[in-house]
Design a protein around this ligand. Structure first.
Ligand code: CA
Length: 225
């Protein structure tokens, strides 16, 4: 499992030491950080073990930011008294959660389960959806990657989902409501502004390879330039 990277975000040194030791013993590649700031600058991991009670940021805000990265599963860690956080954590997109104090066996079982789910989802995506090519753009749902020519685009999870949706319908227009529903989900209180922001950043990253056209009062469509 040395190819599986786990990021432990935990401010309590004693708890963190125990976790890191247990996970290394189970042959994971482990990195530990103690603050939200360090968590955001850490290299991408397959699983993030995220303590929701951090000193420098709201754990749920951090969860949302980490969640925006593709291919990372998040297990939220909460104290027993924080039932409310648990629910908020799952709503914000955690794949699972554990409650302190938890045993190593339980934690390893949960990590195993989320990794299995992530792998199954990737395999399924790869099988069902072939890569799409529009102009100079290639979107591969299987590997969740997109490239222009030979250059891979650095996209956030939501940017990728948005681009993949537009590409799958290209050159048809996709309604704003449908985009919000499919990319952000009904539980997510995404505003129209969130969508506009993501369209703006996608356009900047796509350059002249393809164009995202605004269809006023309806939505967006992706087409070759
Ligand atoms: Ca804490």
């Amino acid at each position: 499992m040395l190819d599986m990277r786990i990021l432990v975000v935990e401010d309590d040194d004693r708890v963190a030491r125990g976790l890191v030791t247990a996970l290394r013993t189970a042959s994971f590649d482990v990195q530990r950080v103690a603050t939200a700031e360090r968590a955001l600058s850490a290299p991408p991991a397959d699983v993030v073990l995220l303590d929701l009670g951090l000193p420098d940021a709201d754990g749920i805000d951090l969860l949302r930011k980490l969640r925006d990265r593709p291919q990372t599963a998040i297990i939220a860690v909460t104290a027993r008294s924080e039932e409310r956080d648990r629910v908020r954590g799952l709503r914000a997109g955690a794949d699972d959660y554990v409650v302190k104090p938890f045993g190593v066996a339980e934690l390893l079982a949960r990590i195993d389960a989320v990794l299995r789910r992530t792998r199954a989802a990737r395999a399924e995506a790869a099988e069902e959806e072939p890569a799409l090519r529009i102009g100079g753009l290639t979107v591969d749902p299987g590997s969740r990657s997109a490239s222009v020519g030979d250059t891979e685009l650095q996209l956030t999870r939501k940017e990728f989902d948005l681009l993949a949706l537009l590409a799958s319908r290209s050159p048809a227009v996709v309604a704003r409501d449908q985009i919000l529903d499919q990319v952000w989900g009904t539980a997510w209180e995404a505003s129209s502004r969130t969508l506009d922001t993501h369209i703006g950043s996608l356009r900047a990253k796509l350059g002249h390879a393809v164009q995202i056209r605004t269809v006023r009062g309806v939505g967006y469509l992706l087409d070759r330039s």
